[in-house]
Design a protein around this ligand. Structure first.
Ligand SMILES: [Fe+2]
Ligand SMILES: [Fe+2]
Length: 159
């Protein structure tokens, strides 16, 4: 099936965002692991896996629409120095994703591609979940203080 060229370009831009997020989250997840914050490691690793699924779904859709998936392009990656910077950087990336998916859904609707709009909506809901996760961490750090928050994150660590 031949897709709309403008929409294919946007799908490739979204793909670049996802590939960037995968790289950023893998580094952040492993930084948390290296510090012994097992729960944070697992939570961020799960998000990286979510982004990998998003990248797969976008690649599938681009191919279905007769386009060429571009997997060699990454956007600037923001690696935080500490936990708060990590969470803030990831939340910023997620807010960017929410904006980009909303714009993509609008374009898919404009060009009459409801199926692509549906896919982007499914991903958008997951990105909103990621924003919400980061927000909860920020609130918890504010409520309990960073030290207490981090004690909770060591749970499940092997020592
Ligand atoms: Fe994603
Ligand atoms: Fe996300």
């Amino acid at each position: 099936m031949k897709g709309n060229q403008k929409l294919l370009k946007v799908l490739n831009e979204l793909l670049a965002d996802e590939l960037t997020a995968i790289s950023q989250y893998m580094v952040h997840s492993e930084m948390c692991e290296s510090w012994g914050y097992k729960k944070l490691h697992k939570a961020i690793e799960k998000q990286a896996v979510d982004e990998m699924h998003h990248a797969e779904w976008l690649i599938q859709r681009i191919l279905f629409l007769g386009g060429t998936p571009v997997v060699s392009k990454l956007n600037p990656i923001r690696i935080g120095k500490g936990i708060q910077e990590i969470i803030a950087g990831d939340q910023e990336a997620e807010l960017g994703a929410v904006r980009a998916y909303n714009a993509g859904i609008g374009l898919a609707g404009e060009v009459g591609d409801q199926s692509t709009a549906d896919l982007l909506t499914t991903i958008l809901k997951m990105e909103e979940g990621h924003v919400d996760w980061a927000e909860k961490q920020r609130v918890q750090i504010e409520h309990m203080g960073l030290a207490t928050y981090l004690v909770n994150q060591t749970e499940g660590a092997e020592g």
